[in-house]
Design a protein around this ligand. Structure first.
Ligand code: HEM
Ligand code: HEM
Ligand SMILES: [Fe+2]
Length: 449
C-alpha cells in the first residue's frame, strides 16, 4: 500500500462481508419457503425476503465498487484521497440509508418495483450519497499526478452508474412506462456501465498480478468497452418484448442482446491471455485465481446463460420464471461478486501486512463456493425448465406448479449450504487478516506500474 487513505477501502470491504452474510441468510429463508417450509411467513413474507436478499446484494456490490475505487484511485493517480474524513462519512451515510431501507421493507415501506424497491424519500439520500462519492473520486483523479486509462474507465463507469439511477425515479402511473424506465437502471447497470467498472478493476488486478505491461492491458480495455456499448445499450430491448412497448423491440432486442456475450467472452480471453503472458510467479496466486475465475464464470453466467433466454421466441416462455433466477445467480456471482472477492483477496495482505492470502482456507473458499454456485444454478435451472413446461406449455396454475417444483429446492438448499461453507471460510480468513495498519505502507508494490 502506498497511500494512507487507501485504508478506507478496508471498511468498505468489511461492510461487504457483513451485508453479504445477511444476504445469504435471506436466501435460505426463501429456499426453505420454496420447499413449503415457510414458518417465518408472518414476520418475513416471501416478497420481503426477496426484496431484502436482492437489495442487500446490490448494496454490498456497490460498497465493494466504492471500496475498490478508494483503493485503486490513489494508487493510479499517485496522491492521497482528497478527503479521508468525507470518505468515512460517505460510508456511514451509505450504510445508514441501506439499513433503513431494508428495515423498512419488513414494515411494508417499499415501492414494489423489482430491484428498485427503495422508497422515494430514501432515493434522494442515495443520490446525495453517491454525489459525494463521485466528487471524492473525481477530485482525486483530476488533481492527481497521472490520469491512467484504468482510472478513467473506472470513473466513467461509476459516474454513469450514478446518473443511470435517475431514470428509475421518473414519476409515472403507467405500468409500461414504469417498467420501461426501470430497465434503464437494472439492465444498463449490469449489462452496460457496471461492465466498465468490471473491466477497469480487472485491468488494475491484471496489471498488479501478472506484471504484463500496462499499455498492453489497457489497450484491450478499450476493445471491451467498445463491445459492451455496441451490444449492451440496444440489448436493453430484450426486456421490452412483451411489456406493452412497440413491436420493433423484438427485432432490436433479439439481435443486439445476442451479441452481448461477446463482451464477456472478450473479458475471459483477456484475463486468461494476460495471466499466461505474465507467467505463473504471481505474488498472490489466490487473487489471480479469483480474477480469472470471475472472467470465466461471468461469461458462463451472464454470457451463456443470458443468451439461453434472450431470443424473443424463447423469452416468451421463460420470462419471469425460475429460469431467470438461474441466470441471475450465476451472472451476479461470476461478474460482480467474484470481482469484489478478487480485489479483497488482492488488497488485504497489502493493507494489513499479513501474508495470509495463499492459505488453504482461501483456496477452499474459492473452489467450494464456485462448485456450490454451479450446483445452485443447476437446481434453479431444473426447477425453471419444469415450471416453463408445466405452467407455460400445459397451462397449469402458477401455485400448483410451485408445489410440483418444491423438491428441486431441497437440491437448491443443499447446494447453497456448500456455497455458504466456502463463504464462511472466506469471511473467516478476512477476519484473521485483522485491521489495516500503517506498518504496511510502501510494503506493497514499490515500483511504479
Ligand atoms: C447462498 C444462498 C442463497 C440462496 C439459498 C438463494 C436463494 C434465492 C431464492 C430462493 C431466490 C428467489 C427466487 C424466486 O423468485 O422464486 C433468490 C433470488 C435472487 N438471488 Fe439468491 N440465493 C442465495 C445466494 C445468492 C447470491 C450469492 C447471489 C448473488 C451473487 C444471489 C442473487 C440473487 C438474485 C439476483 C435474485 C433475483 C433473481 C431474479 O430476479 O429472478 N443469491 N435467491
Ligand atoms: C453480469 C451481467 C448480468 C447480470 C448481473 C444479469 C442479471 C440478471 C437479473 C438479476 C435478471 C432479472 C431481472 C429482473 O427481472 O428484474 C436478468 C434478466 C435477464 N437477463 Fe441478465 N444479467 C446479465 C447479463 C445478461 C446478458 C449478457 C444477457 C443476454 C445475452 C442477459 C439476458 C437476460 C434476459 C433475457 C433477462 C430477462 C429474463 C426474463 O424475461 O425474465 N443477461 N439478468
Ligand atoms: Fe438485460
Amino acid at each position: 500500500m502506498k497511500y494512507k487513505s487507501q485504508k478506507v477501502a478496508y471498511w468498505f470491504f468489511a461492510t461487504c462481508m457483513l451485508l453479504f452474510s445477511l444476504q445469504i441468510i435471506y436466501g435460505f429463508i426463501m429456499g426453505f419457503a420454496h420447499m413449503g417450509m415457510d414458518g417465518l411467513h408472518n414476520i418475513i413474507p416471501f416478497h420481503t425476503a426477496r426484496a431484502t436478499h436482492t437489495n442487500l446484494l446490490v448494496m454490498w456490490l456497490l460498497a465493494g465498487f466504492m471500496g475498490s475505487a478508494y483503493y485503486i484511485v490513489p494508487e493510479e493517480s499517485e496522491r492521497e484521497l482528497v478527503s479521508t474524513k468525507l470518505a468515512y462519512l460517505q460510508l456511514i451515510s451509505f450504510v445508514t440509508v441501506g439499513v433503513t431501507a431494508v428495515i423498512g421493507f419488513h414494515f411494508g415501506w417499499w415501492e414494489g418495483r423489482k430491484f428498485l424497491e427503495i422508497p422515494r424519500p430514501l432515493d434522494y439520500l442515495v443520490v446525495a450519497n453517491v454525489l459525494l462519492f463521485i466528487y471524492l473520486i473525481g477530485a482525486t483523479i483530476w488533481t492527481g499526478k497521472r490520469k491512467t486509462t484504468t482510472a478513467m474507465v473506472l470513473f466513467f463507469g461509476l459516474l454513469t452508474a450514478a446518473l443511470l439511477y435517475l431514470p428509475g425515479m421518473i414519476p409515472t402511473d403507467n405500468q409500461t412506462m414504469d417498467s420501461y424506465w426501470r430497465w434503464w437502471v437494472v439492465h444498463l447497470w449490469v449489462e452496460g456501465v457496471w461492465e466498465l467498472i468490471m473491466g477497469a478493476i480487472l485491468s488494475f488486478l491484471l496489471i498488479k498480478l501478472t506484471g504484463v505491461d500496462r499499455e498492453i492491458i489497457e489497450k484491450w480495455l478499450y476493445v471491451i468497452v467498445g463491445f459492451t456499448f455496441l451490444s449492451g445499450i440496444l440489448g436493453t430491448g430484450h426486456h421490452y418484448y412483451y411489456i406493452g412497448t412497440p413491436r420493433y423491440w423484438l427485432m432490436i432486442g433479439g439481435a443486439f442482446s445476442a451479441l452481448e456475450p461477446i463482451a464477456f467472452l472478450g473479458m475471459a480471453i483477456y484475463a486468461i491471455t494476460m495471466a499466461k503472458k505474465g507467467g505463473r510467479d504471481s505474488s498472490n496466486k489466490t487473487a489471480l485465481l479469483w480474477t480469472i475465475g470471475c472472467s470465466v464464470m461471468s461469461f458462463v453466467g451472464a454470457g451463456f446463460l443470458g443468451f439461453a433466454h434472450t431470443l424473443p421466441q424463447v423469452n416468451m416462455y421463460t420470462h419471469g420464471t425460475l429460469v431467470t433466477a438461474m441466470h441471475g445467480h450465476m451472472a451476479f456471482w461470476g461478474a460482480y461478486a467474484m470481482l469484489i472477492l478478487a480485489i479483497i483477496t488482492y488488497a488485504m495482505p497489502i493493507m494489513t501486512g499479513r501474508k495470509l492470502h495463499d492459505s488453504l482456507s482461501n483456496t477452499f473458499a474459492f473452489w467450494t463456493s464456485n462448485i456450490g454456485m454451479i450446483a445452485m444454478t443447476v437446481a434453479f435451472g431444473i426447477a425453471g425448465i419444469a415450471q416453463v413446461y408445466l405452467e407455460r406449455k400445459m397451462g397449469i396454475d402458477f401455485l400448483q406448479v410451485q408445489k410440483e417444483v418444491e423438491v428441486h429446492f431441497l437440491g437448491l438448499v443443499l447446494a447453497a449450504t456448500l456455497f455458504t461453507a466456502g463463504m464462511i471460510a472466506f469471511i473467516a480468513n478476512f477476519i484473521k487478516f485483522g485491521l489495516p495498519s500503517d506498518v504496511s505502507l510502501q510494503s506493497g508494490e514499490g515500483k511504479r506500474s
